[in-house]
Design a protein around this ligand. Structure first.
Ligand code: NAD
Length: 322
């Protein structure tokens, strides 16, 4: 088994690489190491992988046609996990082209690579809870309509699912799409609320809270995601349906103020708060129905934010020597 992980220097990607390497797999990681957030964090994540004999890394911008094939020979790859993307909802409002580049052009290049990979057994790719749009109900189910994206990020993630369906159909590639719901934890992403709150609260700065009373998120802890990913990679769809999509959430939406309280408690300080209106592109709520992933992969997330946030804050203080 040789597994190509795109976005290997990213938050979820490097955690997945660690888990796959720990079970003895051959892993080829690629990433552009772009500067959407501090690339030093991406390099530090790669350092954690560098000690593994079965890990190889190549710096590749997937949006450059042919770059992936020049770095990795398609024939050696048996599994692909596509985690590379331009992430973030708010950034997509001002930087739409970055999303078209990485999430559309870059992903088509991954699909073309998959088409050329004659020994490929399974392509797993990251989608997002944002495909569900701005909804007040829930839980969200995989067969709900996903036709109302409220950000360009969401539009490119819906497009990724549609592109995948066409490649599965045309070329018989077994594919699994995963709709992640606000994944957080140690080695996380500096653009996300839990990170920004921790940074500002520890520095004694004011945190901005957008539509605090009406926001809730289905926070999902990285270790629960990584454990599930390992099993999902091993189990391509079989039979008539070659392309399946699953929600990977925690199925327990937490109000934004609940997150603030968890971070305050873990930091041992009360935040100075600035209440702001809702921002463009934001959705009010995310809430995953996870029964499909539970039945298929024994997916059983156990971590609450009361446990996960203190682990993150401890890691953050350690990483920045605070
Ligand atoms: N973390 C979450 O809460 C969450 C939620 C929903 C969906 N997702 C999706 O999961 C995947 C992983 O997210 P993450 O949180 O680890 O994000 P991340 O930003 O930490 O990781 C993505 C990585 O992809 C790389 N990348 C971006 N464009 C690239 C390109 N053109 N070529 C090569 N590499 C490129 C980046 O350098 C980065 O290291 C993404 O597809 C994201 O959209 C994440």
């Amino acid at each position: 088994m040789t597994i190509l992980v795109t976005g290997a220097a990213g938050f979820i990607g490097h955690n997945l690489c660690l888990a796959l390497l720990a079970r003895g797999e051959q892993v080829v990681g690629v990433d552009s190491l772009n500067d959407y957030y501090d690339p030093a964090i991406k390099r530090a994540r790669l350092e954690r992988l560098a000690g593994f004999e079965k890990f190889r890394f190549a710096q590749v911008d997937l949006a450059e046609d042919g770059a992936l094939e020049r770095a990795v020979s398609p024939e050696i790859v048996t599994h692909i996990v596509n985690l590379a993307a331009q992430a973030g909802v708010r950034y997509s409002i001002d930087n739409p082209r970055a999303y078209v580049r990485s999430n559309l052009s870059g992903y088509v290049n991954v699909l073309e690579f998959a088409r050329a990979a004659t020994n490929l057994k399974h392509l797993v790719y990251a989608s997002s809870s944002s495909v569900y749009g701005d909804r007040a109900d829930g839980p969200f189910r995989e067969n709900d309509a996903v036709t109302k994206p409220v950000s360009l990020y969401s539009a490119t993630k819906i497009s990724g699912e549609v592109l995948s369906e066409s490649y599965a159909h045309l070329y018989g590639i077994a594919m699994t799409g995963l709709r992640f719901f606000t994944v957080y934890g140690a080695w996380g992403r500096p653009d996300m609320a839990y990170w920004i709150f921790t940074q500002k609260i520890l520095a004694g700065e004011t945190i901005d809270l957008y539509a605090a009373g009406e926001m809730s998120r289905d926070f999902t802890y990285i270790d629960d995601i990584t454990a599930a990913l390992g099993r999902i990679v091993d189990r391509p769809p079989v039979g008539e349906v070659l392309h399946e999509i699953y929600n990977l959430g925690n199925s327990t939406p937490t109000p934004l103020m609940g997150l603030v309280e968890a971070v305050e408690k873990a930091c041992g300080r009360v935040a100075k708060k600035n209440f702001m209106p809702k921002q463009m592109g934001d959705v009010s709520k995310t809430f995953a129905d996870i029964s499909k992933a539970r039945a298929a992969f024994d997916y059983n997330p156990k971590t609450t934010i009361e446990h996960g946030i203190p682990v993150f804050v401890t890691w953050y203080k350690d990483f920045y020597n605070i």
